[in-house]
Design a protein around this ligand. Structure first.
Ligand code: FRU
Length: 496
């Protein structure tokens, strides 16, 4: 058997760039049946470099088509992260009412000013497309927002504010978020700041997202602020925390339970090591109503050293975000978009599996484990460890639930290829249980180099990447202190 490398590591159904380096998802919008994704891209090398916006589209979130580069650096700088909206009312005047422009706003990062030691090297620019995202022109009067002399001043995320009939833009500014409003996407007024001293601050705040979301089971709407942070995430390195609150058209006020949020807290969109800089799609039709999200499936700690050469990094499975009220606070839930379920074919179902000794649940004779979803639940978990594993002849990936600590875990340190960077397998990924239901559910989505663990219907999520030396061939449930039972075990093959 040949050892796996590079091309064997390319995801089966997660987006990966054909060639070279990728980081953050950018400028996602929906138009005419197509979901657009842009991404931070260095088309000339497999590590971070002068940033472009790569471009890809999908209709079902599983099959992706890559297109020519959308935005390339110019005299104002590299093209850093940002967002895009469809200007349906032609507020910008860049299109017409009949043919609205798609307007992208991004950060210009000027490497020359940076080298000269000046602090104002990040400004905000606009580009627009009059052919539904295919080709782009830069706005003639860039930048539309100059830099006040702050080094970290980037990643504008646009959102139409229906209630106040205005555009909102959130910008990551070092250790806080600035809020801006505009009538036309071109002329911006700063209205407030948020976040200083609130939540996790062990790194720079980056890539915010800000949108309204209905509280499930009610007609109430709250505003959600996603805030990526690097380093300083729950499990180290890059990660995304969130805040829930109200917006009065100028200022965001978090709900009471989050007003004194300490640095160590449990409001993370994903507790895994590999989900960063994620933001949501704009212009999703109202009758669909979903808030759809995608993240970059890596971590700045080791992203540039993972063992692929011709391409680097994948995106997460696109996910739907929902908001639930838990007592006097709110929790963000994330589950794979429902398009995924349509392609899942159950190949094995068992009502119960009693685990009294280590046992295999399924092998890759029945299912391609690198293109599958495994689901089961555990009722009335005891104070013991519930450990599962995926194995090849030399690799083991452990994960499960620790009933003593009431937390989920994932351990990739026994994968044969985990020594390419000291941080990659330095510690076990841990995630608190958020749900207090009697039944724990697991939905485990597997691709060639990633595991996305949706626990309790998306209340706790862990996304981690891994690099097996040989194909993983077996999924096992391991013995614990006391015998236990898995319920509703379903092994699904993902048909592409
Ligand atoms: C986040 C980030 C952004 C920046 C981009 C540059 O990963 O650092 O803040 O715009 O990457 O590629």
């Amino acid at each position: 058997q040949k050892e796996l490398s590079d091309t064997d590591y390319r995801s089966n159904f997660h987006f990966t760039p054909k060639k070279h380096w990728m980081n953050d998802p950018n400028g996602m919008f929906y138009l005419n049946g197509t979901y657009h994704l842009f991404f931070q891209h260095y088309p000339e090398g497999n590590v971070w470099g002068p940033m472009h916006w790569g471009h890809a589209t999908t209709k079902d979130f599983l099959h992706w088509k890559e297109h020519p580069i959308a935005l390339a650096p110019d005299s104002l700088g590299y093209i850093f992260s940002g967002s895009a909206v469809v200007d349906v009312n032609n507020t910008s005047g860049l299109g017409t009412k009949d043919h609205p422009a798609v307007v992208a706003m991004f950060t210009y990062h000027d490497p020359i000013k940076e080298r000269e030691g000046r602090d104002n090297f990040q400004t905000q620019g606009i580009a627009y497309s009059l052919d539904a995202g295919k080709t782009w022109s830069k706005y003639a009067h860039n930048p539309v927002l100059d830099n006040p002399g702050i080094k970290d001043f980037r990643d504008p995320k646009l959102q139409w504010d229906e209630q106040h009939q205005q555009w909102i833009m959130v910008l990551a500014v070092k250790d806080r978020v600035y809020f801006y409003t505009s009538p036309d996407l071109l002329d911006w007024k700063k209205t407030s700041e948020f976040g200083l001293g609130l939540g996790a601050h062990d790194g720079v705040w980056e890539c915010p997202d800000f949108f309204p979301l209905e509280v499930e089971g009610t007609t109430q709407t709250k505003w959600v602020l996603l805030q990526s942070l690097n380093p300083g995430a729950y499990n180290g390195g890059s990660g995304t925390q969130y805040f829930v609150g109200d917006f009065d058209g100028e200022q965001f006020t978090p709900v009471k339970t989050m007003q004194n949020l300490p640095a160590k807290h449990l409001y993370w969109l994903d507790f895994g090591r590999d989900n960063y800089a994620g933001v949501s799609w704009s212009n999703v039709p109202k009758n669909d109503g979903r808030r759809i999200y995608i993240g970059w499936m890596s971590n700045w700690q080791y992203a540039q050293e993972v063992p692929t050469e011709t391409w680097r990094s994948a995106m997460t499975i696109p996910r739907e975000l929902t908001l639930q009220k838990h007592g006097d606070t709110y929790r963000l839930y994330t589950v794979p978009v429902h398009e995924l379920a349509k392609q899942l074919v159950p190949v094995k179902k068992r009502e119960t599996v009693v685990v009294s000794a280590d046992q295999k649940i399924v092998t890759n004779k029945l299912v391609s484990l690198d293109q599958s979803m495994i689901s089961f639940s555990i009722r009335d978990a005891k104070e013991q460890r519930y450990t599962f594993s995926l194995t090849s002849k030399v690799d083991t990936l452990y994960f499960g639930y620790d009933g003593v600590k009431n937390e989920f875990f994932l351990d990739r340190s026994h994968m044969a290829r985990s020594d390419f960077h000291p941080d990659f397998a330095a510690h076990i990924t841990k995630a608190p249980r958020i749900s207090n239901s009697n039944t724990i559910t697991f939905d485990i989505l597997l691709d060639r180099t990633s595991i996305e663990l949706f626990c309790d219907q998306g209340a706790t999520v862990i996304t981690d990447i891994f690099f097996p030396k040989f194909p993983l061939t077996q999924f096992n449930a391991l013995q614990s202190t006391q015998e236990y039972t898995l319920q509703h075990v379903i092994i699904n093959q993902l048909k592409l």
